[in-house]
Design a protein around this ligand. Sequence first.
Ligand code: PAF
Length: 289
Amino acid sequence: MNKSLIKAHTSKAVREAVFAYKSKNKTIALVPTMGALHAGHISLIEVAKQHADRVICSIFVNPKQFGKNEDLESYPSTLQADCEALEQAGVDLVFIPTVQEMYPKGFQTCVSVAEISTYLCGHSRPGHFDGVTTVVSKLLLIVQPDTAIFGAKDFQQLLVIKQMVQDLNIPTNIISAPTQRAKDGLALSSRNQYLSPQDRKRAPLIYQTLQSTAQTLREGSPLDQALKNAAKALTKNGFVIDYIEARDATNLKPITGPLYQKGETPPQSAQLLCAVKLGQTRLIDNIPI
Ligand code: PAF
């Protein structure tokens, strides 16, 4: 039988539960989310269960990480179904704070990771990662988990958070969980539900293009040409490209020099990342090269 899920709405209630877990020497894993849960989130919970005795999940649509013209107002909310899914998945406690609880009147602090937050999505969504690192640092301080799990689909977010945790000596182990995909290859995302049926049919081309581009790079194609071809293939099919780039997989710095000489191992680990718009929906994906 599934354990019953505790619902906490205040940081005080979370602290009390955490204190009780820790006094019984239980380890804790945190899975931060913005709700509208899908199989990708459940896979994060499965990873969390492998790493800790107790799993805490947070559901908070963080206004600080949305830009002025972004989808904060329309962001999907399925709280009741989310709680049922979390209970089913064996989560011990869900933290569902209000905006007022997280950012009470007079809130003044911003946690900002300087360089890596400015690349790629940070360039097209100024302030986005400051919002992410501010809320994630608060969640880590409230829950004080041994481990926190983040999906590799948000590859830049994962690296930004790892950098923050390292820089601030936060005693939480950050673990990445692999991207979950629909059968046709589309990376699972709460935003997929915005897609029209026609755009949903086209969306798997993102992953297909990443795969074929990575393959041509492994075969020795020049980087510039391969990326141009990828952008062209997507544009021709109605995607608006924000970026498609190969970056150093450890720090997202631009790749300099040849990636692969035919038949040789690459000089650095590289990741192929893209952000595109299909209609009004912004989708991101990435794979290792
Ligand atoms: O990846 C997300 O859903 C969010 O950016 C996160 C990590 C929960 C912070 O709001």
